[in-house]
Write a protein that binds this ligand. Sequence first.
Ligand code: ATP
Ligand code: MG
Length: 432
Amino acid sequence: MTEKAIQSLAGTEDRLPPQWTLWHRLHRAARNQFELHGYGELSTPIIEDARLFIKGTGEDTEIVEKQMYSISSSEGEEANNTDERITLRPEGTPPAVRAYLEADLHKKQKFQKFWYAGPMFRRERPQKGRLRQFHQIGVEAIGGSSPLVDAETILLADAIYKEAGLSSCAINVNSIGCPECRPKYRQILKDELAGRADELCPDCEKRLDRNVLRILDCKEKDCREVVDDLPPIPGLICDECTTHYQILKDALSAQSIAYVEDPLLVRGLDYYTRTVYEIKHKALGARDTICGGGRYDGLVSQLGGPETPCVGFAMGVEATLIAMEAESDKSVSQPNGIDVYVVCFDDSARAKCFEQVEALRSEGLSADMDYEERSSKAQMRMADKTNADFCLLIGELELEKNEVTIKDMKKGEQWTADWDAAGEEISSVIKA
Ligand code: ATP
Ligand code: MG
């Protein structure tokens, strides 16, 4: 019996060569917009001290409670010491803040804007668009308290999506207040919900005491019905938070950007203050958020730095790609063809053909040939399949005369050229 081949882990994905077109389109759009908006690139390690997330993301969050991949950083007895664990990063925000503090950037220039892109790891139940290794593109504007910075990050995410070719995104915004007003309205929500605990799902029943806000985020149908009867958060926040929210909304409206106020929107992570937002796309089904963000004024001080207001977002790359695929013309995901396919008509000419391929490449043309000793007919079929613009036909006759036959695959024309002039000839036709 043959052994079953080892397969990839649940919730992880391979990305094969034809699957990169939209990926690169998204990343190119992001890079371009980061440059236009003045965000500098930041890269942090994939592994971090587990305490960064326990403290930063928050002990009560789903991520820290259930989703982190952690291992001991020491061996033997010491391995049980929970203070010494390293974690595959589940998100990019606490690492960005750690890097900012570790490089003492707050002492040089408090307000700085960063972007990052890379893999994140969470032990989630794998499903459409939900993976255990997934990718995020994110920004962190560290040190700015103005609601105009909140607006900038939302407009930036929107500009990236527009440049990447997405047109039917929905932007939802809300304000969840600050440490001053949140305890008061949290109590109001608790009081409202106390009498209806039996209508909530078991998780939310527990959340009633521990983190009542998270109930607003629950996707269970019964909980949604209870939540729909609650007073909207923006009616309960303090005057400063209300003003902050109003300036943000005015800045968005001034840009004629379509957004919806969602008074029940909260975000899953503990560190958010005031502004929270999500960008959704209907191609994703029930879990339709492709980008989530907001203000997190408490995180820097929580990680040992000075009081520093911040705002940022994280885009789910795989989720965004599902949206892009749904919106894009299928033909665009076809990779571009190569410039030249070299067809060998005589087996003894293969080494010479290879020299020609290398010469073409060194002249900046993408070129390829057959390495499987196929017939010339099969090689012509490969040239078609690889969508080559030109073929070089090389046989006994060409070798004898030190020539090549060039075939323009689009026009169907063919002519001969000197062996050493093939690249130059083709380049001049391409440029013409
Ligand atoms: P969500 O509520 O959508 O799970 P979150 O609050 O847990 O998000 P964020 O870091 O804010 O976590 O997520 C930002 C975006 O990253 C999400 O909207 C989603 O598109 C994407 N994302 C989050 N978790 C995963 C995952 N396990 N697999 C794929 N994409 C993910
Ligand atoms: Mg989540």
